[in-house]
Design a protein around this ligand. Structure first.
Ligand SMILES: [Zn+2]
Length: 274
């Protein structure tokens, strides 16, 4: 079984809903750490000869075109994470279309190739944004990887495993965030805080179980999770915990997963051919 490995390519200050930091007008004033942090991720993938999908923020593609070309030259898939890292449920349908369109234009002109995949900033697709898949397909996107089947973050009606949706513009794949059933809720465990908190053996056994059932999982990482020296943003306590807790564990756990399991790009896992 081949699983999906994904990187949300954004810098340490790309955080939604925090005064100052979520305003793109301020972004140029912050220290740029994306190149050194992405280099660490690329080195790890090179060591284990793994290809991944990079959901690139359009702003990063605009500022660092050479970085995107380097990632592509190492065999990875380049997809989009939107342009300004805005939550979907805070945008109108039109604003969403403009943001994604802008990101696709910049990224595809950088790499000279079509952009096929999308991931929403902070997994921010909700039931109240049913137009999202339609707009993505209209813009040429063939798969989305943004749905979280959780009450609090997404919707319990969202799918648990990869599937297809039909829109006015054609069929689009969805590769939702991998979760595991615990009592009455589905819990994520393959990235971010859950990956850093859960014991490694627990994560491995859950992935093995899902793979045995015939489904791939999706692992997600951010370059800033490989940066223990990054400047800390003054966040409310719960978000601070979610963002920074046990950040030094990320690299070791991801390295373990790369040794234990087979990974590839989302495009490959879904068998999308163009
Ligand atoms: Zn993001």
């Amino acid at each position: 079984m081949i699983n999906g490995l994904t990187v949300d390519l954004e810098d340490w200050y790309h955080i939604c809903g925090v005064e100052g930091y979520s305003d793109p007008q301020n972004w140029d004033t912050y220290e740029n750490r994306i190149i050194r942090n992405t280099d660490k991720v690329l080195a790890l993938l090179r060591t284990y000869k793994v290809r991944a999908t990079f959901f690139v923020l359009g702003y990063i593609a605009f500022k660092e075109p050479d970085l995107i070309r380097t990632i592509k030259s190492e065999g990875h898939e380049i997809a989009t994470h939107g342009f300004y890292h805005k939550r979907i449920f805070e945008m109108t349908e039109r604003e969403f279309e403009e943001d994604v369109h802008k990101s696709i234009s910049v990224i595809s002109s950088n790499i000279n190739e079509d952009v096929l995949g999308f991931r929403a900033p902070e997994w921010s697709i909700r039931k109240e944004t049913p137009w999202m898949l339609k707009i993505l397909r209209k813009l040429g996107i063939l798969y989305d990887s943004s749905m979280v089947p959780l009450t609090r973050m997404g919707s319990r009606d969202f799918p648990l495993y990869p599937c297809k949706f039909t829109t006015d513009y054609g069929v689009i794949w969805e590769f939702p965030l991998t979760t595991t059933r615990l009592f009455w809720e589905h819990l994520p465990f393959t990235g971010g805080l859950p990956l850093r908190i859960f014991p490694y053996f627990y994560i491995v056994s859950k992935i093995q179980r899902i793979n045995r059932e015939g489904y791939p999982v999706i692992v997600y990482i951010h370059p800033w999770e490989f940066d223990v020296e990054q400047p800390h943003i003054d966040l409310p306590v719960s978000r601070r915990f979610m963002h920074y807790f046990n950040i030094k564990a990320t690299c070791k756990k991801v390295e373990g997963l790369l040794q234990h399991f087979q990974f590839s790009t989302v495009k490959d896992v879904l068998g999308i051919r163009t």
